[in-house]
Design a protein around this ligand. Structure first.
Ligand code: PRP
Length: 201
């Protein structure tokens, strides 16, 4: 199949499974994401050229980002996953985070990179870093694909940032709305018109 046709089949309009009243527009194309991942991988490997890297993915939004980044990193790479759920993610959030799935293997003495799709209020990351720091890692770094700085509540920052984005509701490349849209190749802004049933916040 010619490349152009293959590209077309990735179009969010075709692939999104849009429901009535919902629309998406591309914020960051799949190609731009992939290009940026190569740069992020280089930055990480520049800091840790020879070390075995242990990636810690925070489910579920991280899945494509972690998978693609891991393949760009080269060298010795292992990974593990956490699952957490947060309550009241709006500005009134208490910051309470519940552990759904713990890590399978120890991070002690390892060079660990926490891989997050998006840094929003920062409450999830703050909780996770506190948890991980107690486990005596050799190094603990954070890479995020998207950083929504305007929404930050907790005093945390990522060491490696793919893109800083405005305060818009984004889906695709792992990010969801009500579990949908994760399979979009591009990072897109989700919008509702008057028929849309959804409520973003
Ligand atoms: C997203 C993301 C982070 C968290 C960031 O997960 O993957 O874990 O939100 O938000 P915060 O900075 O405000 O804490 P989400 O709860 O949407 O779950 P998902 O990854 O399963 O979609």
């Amino acid at each position: 199949m010619p490349v152009t046709k293959e590209r077309k089949s990735r179009s969010p309009v075709i692939r999104a499974g849009l429901r009535s009243g919902e629309s998406v527009r591309v914020l960051i194309s799949h190609a731009r994401v992939q290009q940026r991942l190569k740069e992020l991988a280089k930055d990480i490997r520049r800091d840790f050229p020879k070390e075995a890297l242990h990636l810690i993915g925070v489910l579920k939004g991280c899945v494509f980002f972690l998978a693609d980044l891991a393949r760009e990193l080269g060298g010795e790479v292992s990974f593990d996953f956490m699952a957490v759920s947060s309550y009241g993610k709006g500005t009134n959030s208490t910051g309470e985070v519940k552990l759904i799935k713990d890590l399978d293997v120890s991070i002690e003495g390892k060079t660990n990179i926490v891989v997050e799709d998006i840094l929003d209020t920062g409450l999830t990351l703050k909780y996770l870093l506190r948890l991980f720091e107690e486990k005596k890692p050799k190094h603990l770094r954070v890479v995020v694909l998207l950083d929504k700085i305007e929404r930050r509540i907790a005093d945390v920052r990522a060491d490696y940032i793919g893109f800083t984005i405005p305060n818009e509701f984004v889906v695709g490349y792992g990010l969801d709305y009500d579990e949908r849209y994760r399979n979009l190749g591009d990072v897109c802004v989700l919008q509702f018109d008057s028929r849309g049933k959804g409520k973003l916040e």
